[in-house]
Design a protein around this ligand. Structure first.
Ligand code: GTR
Length: 421
């Protein structure tokens, strides 16, 4: 019976969450017309006419809309990190790199509240630029290196090698494809990564054991005043705090990469922290780079039903009236300007709406142009494997929802160009 219902539901282009089913679409001819909020229209109705007006009036206004309607606010209280270098080994990757594992204590007194940052730093380069990115189930997944500390935090039951929601030795190196560490090092970049679950486990009740609860008194904010996305973005800010103190890399050259839900978190982290010099949205989709007003792939209604902890309560009001949402993907991308921004999609990743991601990147180009930078240029989607654009760059590749070697090749080239490296 259950299977029958599911089949019926899917043939009707519906997405089922528990007992509920929500309409979803992957037929371009069914996408209705929509009007995007004008990213350059100021609250007084006038158009932004200078970079100064953007910085002083419009950017703070749009940023505030995001706090209010999607991501929630950050704690107003600043905390200083403490850290301990747990390990340094100059012989990683056959001597190509130094491996460094650093424990960042997030709480001023409770030493159980921490994140472990894993770094690989190329030995041949003095203070290299660094790629930063959160990973999905512990640092040990990114390489087969046996010396990486195995995370003992909660992980999804579906995480490879996991038993009872904990990583095991079998979990090591299970996501090397997404990280391409050797190539990153060979191109002269360092890599820094941490597990997003160190800040908040990605479940509806994850906030109870994450920093939104463990640090609520220190940060002076209640868990429901912000969001899981906010907690992950805050975690990235703390890692940047650490990177600024680490003399072995160039903290003026931090490239932040986020895939999928971590792409959404990365965009929010970069919107709220100018120390992040370059941003890569890898298939961040709904609530990230994609245009929510396009009825294609995942919708605001679906994302809120499936992941109620990700976004602010006010975001849920727009599930069936997305055209009234005060923000849309192009506005989030505009908050990256004038910093180099790479948006990427995959052909088979219809859930993330590749066309919506492209259009959003194209639209954000208006803000980049205002600030004297070049966006994507033409609003015609490029073919597969044909990256376009300068300060805002975009590609769509063949294949599924993932970070691949092809993607890394483009990102490394893009970052090398911008960091003059
Ligand atoms: C999906 C979710 C997407 C995307 C993805 C991921 O289930 O609907 O918004 O974030 O997960 O993170 O892999």
């Amino acid at each position: 019976m259950k299977i029958h219902l599911l089949l019926l539901c899917c043939s009707m282009a519906c997405h089922c969450i528990g007992q509920q089913s929500f309409p979803s679409n992957t037929d371009e001819s069914k996408v209705q017309s929509y009007t995007l909020p004008d990213v350059l229209k100021m609250p007084n109705g006038k158009q932004v006419s200078s970079g100064k007006e953007w910085e002083k009036i419009q950017r703070p206004y749009i940023y505030h809309l995001y706090e209010e309607y999607q991501f929630g606010r950050f704690p107003a209280t600043e905390t200083a990190i403490r850290f301990r270098v747990l390990e340094v080994n100059q012989n990683a990757f056959d001597g190509v790199a130094t491996r460094k594992q650093v424990r960042i204590y997030l709480h001023p007194t409770d030493t159980t509240v921490y994140t472990d940052v894993l770094m690989y730093i190329p030995n041949k380069i003095k203070t290299p630029p660094v790629f930063l990115g959160l990973n999905f189930s512990g640092n040990h997944i990114i390489a087969t290196d046996k010396n990486i500390i195995l995370s003992n935090k909660w992980v999804f039951a579906r995480a490879k090698g996991a038993i009872n929601n904990r990583a095991t030795e079998a979990s090591r190196g299970t996501d090397t494809a997404s990280w391409q560490v050797r190539t990153i090092l060979e191109k002269g970049f360092a890599l820094a990564t941490a597990y997003y679950g160190d800040f908040e486990p990605d479940t509806v009740t994850g906030y109870k054991t994450g920093i939104r609860t463990t640090m609520k008194d220190v940060l002076n904010i209640q868990p429901n005043e912000w969001t899981a996305m906010g907690a992950w973005a805050w975690g990235l800010h703390k890692i940047v705090d650490y990177l600024e103190k680490d003399k072995s890399i160039d903290a003026h050259k931090i490239a932040l990469l986020g895939h999928s839900r971590l792409g959404k978190a990365a965009l929010w982290a970069a919107a709220s922290d100018q120390r992040i010099a370059l941003i890569i949205s890898n298939e961040s989709g709904e609530g990230g780079a994609a245009i929510s007003r396009r009825w294609y792939g995942e919708t605001v209604q679906i994302i809120n039903a499936k992941f109620p902890h990700w976004f602010a309560a006010s975001y849920k009001r727009y599930g069936d009236s997305v055209n009234a949402l005060p923000v849309d993907g192009h506005m989030l991308l505009s908050l990256m300007a004038p910093r180099p921004l790479y948006v990427a999609s995959a052909e088979e990743d219809t859930w993330s709406d590749p066309k919506g991601e492209f259009l959003s990147a194209y639209e954000a180009g208006k803000v980049y142009a205002l600030l004297g930078k070049k966006g994507i240029g033409a609003n015609v989607m490029p073919g597969l494997h044909q990256p376009v654009g300068k300060t805002v760059r975009y590609h769509i590749r063949s294949g599924k929802h993932a970070v691949t070697a092809y993607d890394w090749t483009q990102y490394l080239e893009f970052a090398a160009r911008w960091f003059k490296f």
